[in-house]
Write a protein that binds this ligand. Structure first.
Ligand code: PGA
Length: 249
């Protein structure tokens, strides 16, 4: 099973639902391949309830982009808890996106978010990735291992966790890693997960960073990849559909 997950970030108004309608219709008609992949779209909080209601039992799942690190209710102005996300009918959440890490989410905060999300039975897309400087220093794997270790505990149900490897230098830049380099990194992450968590679990890893209808042709050669987290190109139904089409071409 492959995953195509769209991350809208700070984009979208109620009328943007037509983008989802088009993607949903495409999937419905894609009989040759639609049993091989799952599609989720992560709109901002303002649209979650509306989209979740409209896309219940459809071909697209709706995913949250983040939650607060404390669960349930509390005096936290502007925040939304994993409990509230679950209660509007959602099952999926992105945690640890580098844009949020950059604006102050620490490893500790992220570990609390993961805990809160799992407690509410949400599936997590946990983002990891090295910065340009870390890549230059050749400490990519070390950074990724730390990000994973700080947030993912041995006792967790790994069926609920997808890891999204997103090199920070590739997000929104049009610059993508070399196929061989990316393939190596993905294999290293999988090896690390299996050794650290001492389980024969088939960990799923997505790639994110400038995935579009062109770069997907390169990425599809990497067998170890289980899917993609797509930012910019997920805001257009055509671009998003073309990514899926080109993947299965
Ligand atoms: P991008 O964003 O596809 O626009 O590079 C990916 C992401 O931030 O998840």
């Amino acid at each position: 099973m492959k995953y195509f997950i769209g991350n809208w970030k700070m984009f979208g108004i109620p009328g943007s639902i037509k983008i989802l309608d088009k993607i949903n219709n495409f999937i419905g008609k894609d009989r040759k391949n639609n049993n091989k992949y799952k599609v989720s779209i992560a709109p901002p909080h303002t649209l979650l309830h509306y989209f979740a209601k409209n896309f219940k039992n459809k071909n697209i799942s709706i995913c949250a982009q983040n939650c607060f690190n404390k669960d349930y209710y509390g005096a936290h102005t502007g925040e939304v808890s994993a409990y509230m996300i679950k209660k509007i009918g959602l099952n999926q959440i992105i945690i640890g996106h580098s844009e949020n890490r950059e604006s102050g989410e620490t490893d500790q905060v992220l570990s609390e978010k993961v805990f809160a999300a799992l407690k509410n039975n949400l599936n997590i897309i946990f983002c990891i990735g090295e910065s340009k400087i870390e890549k230059r220093k050749k400490i990519t794997i070390k950074v990724l291992k730390k990000q994973i270790s700080k947030a993912i505990k041995k006792k967790y149900n790994f069926n609920k966790i997808l890891i999204a490897y997103e090199p920070v230098w590739s997000i929104g830049t049009g610059i993508v890693p070399k196929t061989s380099e990316l393939s190596k990194t993905i294999i290293s992450i999988k090896k690390f997960l299996n050794s650290k968590y001492k389980r024969k679990h088939n960990f799923k890893i997505l790639y994110g960073g400038s995935v579009d209808n062109n770069s997907i042709k390169k990425f599809k050669q990497i067998r170890e990849l289980d899917g993609f987290l797509i930012g910019g190109a997920s805001k257009s139904s055509k671009k998003f559909i073309d990514i899926i089409k080109n993947y299965y071409k």
